[in-house]
Design a protein around this ligand. Structure first.
Ligand SMILES: *Cc1c(COP(=O)(O)O)cnc(C)c1O
Ligand code: SF4
Length: 337
């Protein structure tokens, strides 16, 4: 071994810089509003929400100071409205409790399995359909990946493995690498996909250790990101996405159609164009999953259809997302129009 390598060997492992950055995330709505210079009176906050506030600083820095209607702030601010019961809004709108296996696998669609890699996220999006799902009890890394890998090995039709969560990038890269090391021995797996919002909300997560791992994988790699508004991009995000693209990954974006945040054609067209500038193509635009506490984010189907019509009239076909609705028991995400 070269002496230089010995000299560089870490003596004790420090937490990665992104973990330290995450420690400084806002966990209190009042502190976030103070930071933004917004008066909390008149906002009808729910300070005791069972789904706590979590907002990394780099994401908060992209919010407009003094604007209580800021589209990024609205995605993370716990409002009283979440307590209102609304007909048809339930704890598990997409049927995940039924299709969940005790190994952290969700197998709903043919040819691909979703691995609930980790239950946690770097940000808590108020509209999230997972806000009530006990994902942490069920994450695949808990048993050293054995249950998930055994399941995938036994499903010869499974050609694609999707690392999702929560957010898979909440796990240390070394643990993710242990999973893909196990996956290498399973010949029928042809593609790997990652569903993550972290490069958008905490761009530091895309560090050298992560890109080394991704660049060394033997399969075509698709990274599906999640941004809902063009304002979620800045130079830090652009740089992180550039590093991801340099690994050879194909970058796609999924967004959720959210009332008061992105339910107008200019915003959605801006999202697609801003995403392209960062090297991402739009994938899905999801109609809101009807999870309890999210009714105030819902748009009606006629509005959604009119928005899609406008997008098609404005954008090249490759920048128009597929509008879909997830329905429990359906064999794929249902196209809406
Ligand atoms: C959304 C989802 C997928 C991926 O579906 P695609 O249409 O391939 O993007 C796979 N498994 C589960 C359980 C899902 O919820
Ligand atoms: S990052 Fe995704 S999974 Fe996590 S809270 Fe937001 S929408 Fe939900």
């Amino acid at each position: 071994m070269k002496p230089a390598m010995i000299a560089n060997a870490p003596v004790s492992r420090q937490p990665a810089p992104w973990r330290r950055a995450l420690k400084h995330a806002f966990r209190d709505a009042g502190q976030l509003l103070d930071y933004l210079g917004i008066d909390r009176h008149g906002l009808e906050l729910d300070p005791a929400s069972p789904f706590p506030v979590m907002v990394p600083r780099p994401y908060a820095e992209r919010m407009q100071r003094g604007d209580p209607a800021d589209p990024l702030l609205r995605q993370v601010l716990p409002l009283d409205a979440e307590r209102q019961e609304a007909w048809g809004f339930t704890a598990d709108p997409v049927g995940d409790r039924c299709s969940s296996r005790d190994n952290g696998i969700l197998h709903k669609y043919s040819g691909r399995v979703l691995v609930v890699t980790h239950g946690a996220c770097a940000i808590h999006c108020r509209y999230c359909f997972r806000r009530e799902f006990p994902y942490s009890d069920n994450a695949a890394h808990r048993d050293g990946w054995h249950g998930a890998l055994d399941y995938i090995a036994g499903e010869s039709g499974c050609r694609e493995v999707i690392l999702s969560g929560g957010d898979p990038l909440m796990l240390d890269t070394s643990r993710l690498r242990a999973f893909t090391d196990g996956l290498r021995g399973i010949g029928h797996v042809r593609r790997l996909r990652l569903h993550t919002r972290m490069p958008v909300v905490l761009p530091q997560r895309v560090d050298g250790e992560l890109t080394d791992w991704l660049a060394g994988l033997p399969w075509p790699l698709v990274v599906v990101l999640h941004a809902n508004h063009p304002q979620e991009f800045d130079t830090g995000v652009d740089a992180a996405l550039g590093r991801l693209r340099d690994t050879g990954a194909l970058l796609l974006n999924q967004a959720v159609l959210l009332a008061g945040i992105n339910d107008n054609a200019d915003t959605l067209a801006g999202l697609a164009e801003r995403g392209l500038a960062a090297g991402i193509l739009p994938y899905y635009l999801h109609l809101l999953d009807r999870v309890r506490g999210s009714a105030h984010f819902e748009t009606d189907d006629a509005t959604a259809a009119a928005l899609m019509e406008k997008l098609r009239r404005t954008l090249p076909g490759y920048l128009v997302p597929r509008l879909v609705r997830e329905q429990a028991g359906a064999p794929y995400k249902l196209p809406v129009m």
